[in-house]
Ligand binder design. Structure first.
Ligand SMILES: *[C@@H]1O[C@H](CO)[C@@H](O)[C@H](O)[C@H]1NC(C)=O
Ligand SMILES: *[C@@H]1O[C@H](CO)[C@@H](O)[C@H](O)[C@H]1NC(C)=O
Ligand SMILES: *[C@@H]1O[C@H](CO)[C@@H](O)[C@H](O)[C@H]1NC(C)=O
Ligand SMILES: *[C@@H]1O[C@H](CO)[C@@H](O)[C@H](O)[C@H]1NC(C)=O
Ligand SMILES: *[C@@H]1O[C@H](CO)[C@@H](O)[C@H](O)[C@H]1NC(C)=O
Length: 389
């Protein structure tokens, strides 16, 4: 009996989920009514695009960006959807609109807003100005994004107890943020000891943003760590070395750079533990982007990345198809035939296919702590249906 009953249950379950998802724009999402997102280019769904002059578009806003899913550039720094898009889909919510798109939000039909800006740093721009480090992309920091959030809050809820109730039903995704605090310094030639000295301040900035929004009433947060920068085509090109001991023989990634990412992630997790003790009613989920991505570099074939894990799909040649003076989108760069066979999209950002594996690793797999699959069981089931190959 059991053997004929189980497929029936699975089908019934699938129908329930698909019904929930189809009606998601009218009804509430699975587990949460809305998603509020902060971060940088790993999460920006169109804010930097709205901040930039349209007469001289940055390369991110030109084809082939967006080609695989949206069929046009959207402001996302990839060929398609990002981790935040897959999370929204899995929770039965619409893709989160960028704050600067100026959509008219009101409490009733609010389903989310995204404050992430490509190029944004966790620390304020003044920290880097003082050190002579230039941010070539934006002066928006996490502090700016938090101010935007506080600016729109009165349009979403009416007083502090109403706002607490409203925010209790929201999922906040805090990051990834912090990567650019290091990227700009490294790629402008600062040495690792100097850049490493920024880590405690970066982690403090992220943690004070988390505490601030918990105090406003948020009770569920996802906080991503950093990706393994030693596996990125931009870093591999910039820090190319003739000493084979610099490289991990299993992946070809640069060990000391990956150690740097691991160190940031270690301090971030220690800080999250501290905040968890202070706010035991809040659920603070660490999203382990590092290891969720690392498995793609270790076993590219297993995940379908036949184009290679380290070479960028879109670029202008060189050993990793990355040339800092000819960005993807500008001539004479070219794009690969099938981005789904590559982990790396443009040198610094990943392909939609890689982001989908990372999202799957968080939603269903072992790469979130506490596991997202236990915090919201239904969404992890729906993601099983949505995130098929
Ligand atoms: C939102 O829309 C309403 C009705 O169309 C309009 O009166 C209001 O000014 C708008 N608010 C914003 C912030 O755009
Ligand atoms: C960021 O740059 C914009 C445009 O250049 C400027 O209007 C704004 O005041 C700057 N913000 C900060 C915090 O420096
Ligand atoms: C707060 O706002 C809610 C919803 O608008 C309202 O029901 C409640 O009475 C308000 N509370 C206070 C203390 O103003
Ligand atoms: C990376 O970190 C590990 C563990 O802390 C250490 O043993 C190793 O020497 C480091 N490697 C490099 C290249 O920094
Ligand atoms: C990068 O592109 C520029 C401009 O096309 C070219 O002059 C340079 O040689 C390229 N660098 C590498 C490492 O391929």
């Amino acid at each position: 009996m059991a053997s004929s009953f189980i497929p029936f249950l699975t089908t019934a379950f699938a129908i329930i989920i698909i019904t929930l998802l189809n009606s998601s724009t009218k009804t509430r999402g699975i587990c949460y009514n809305s998603i509020i997102s902060f971060g940088d280019s790993l999460a920006d769904t169109g804010n930097l695009l709205r901040l930039s002059p349209s007469n001289n578009p940055l390369h991110f806003f030109l084809p082939p960006y967006g080609e695989s899913f949206f069929h046009q550039p959207t402001g996302r720094c990839s060929n398609g959807r990002l981790v935040i898009d897959f999370i929204a889909e899995s929770y039965g919510l619409p893709l989160i609109p960028p704050y600067l798109a100026g959509k008219n939000v009101s409490g009733r039909d609010f389903r989310g807003v995204n404050f992430a800006v490509a190029g944004a740093t966790a620390l304020d721009i003044s920290f880097f100005k003082e050190k002579g480090i230039h941010n070539p992309v934006t002066n928006v920091s996490l502090g700016t994004q938090l101010r935007w959030f506080k600016d729109i809050l009165p349009s979403l809820c009416s007083n502090s107890s109403d706002c607490r109730e409203f925010l209790q039903s929201s999922l906040v995704v805090m990051g990834e943020i912090g990567g650019n605090d290091y990227n700009h310094a490294f790629l402008e030639g600062r040495n690792v000891e100097e850049v490493k000295s920024f880590i405690p301040a970066v982690v403090r900035e992220i943690s004070s943003a988390i505490e601030e929004i918990i105090k406003l009433g948020v009770v569920t947060l996802i906080v991503p760590g950093n990706l393994p920068i030693g596996c990125s085509a931009a870093y591999l090109t910039y820090f190319q070395s003739s000493d084979k001991h610099d490289y991990d023989s299993a992946t070809g990634c640069i060990n000391w750079l990956n150690n740097f990412s691991k160190y940031h992630n270690k301090l971030l997790q220690m800080e999250l533990n501290r905040i968890r003790t202070l706010h035991p009613h809040a659920t603070i989920i660490y999203a382990d982007y590092y290891n969720a991505a690392m498995r793609l570099y270790r076993f590219p074939d297993k995940y379908g990345f036949k184009g290679g894990a380290l070479t960028a799909c879109c670029g202008a040649g060189g050993p990793y198809n990355y040339n800092s003076s000819v960005a993807c989108g500008y001539p004479p760069s070219t794009s690969c035939e099938d981005p789904s066979l590559y982990v790396c999209w443009d040198g610094l950002h990943l392909t939609e296919a890689a982001y989908k594996w990372i999202a799957r690793g968080l939603l269903q797999g072992p790469y979130s702590s506490p596991p997202m699959s236990t915090v919201c069981t239904l969404a992890s089931k729906s993601s099983g249906l949505l995130l098929q190959d």
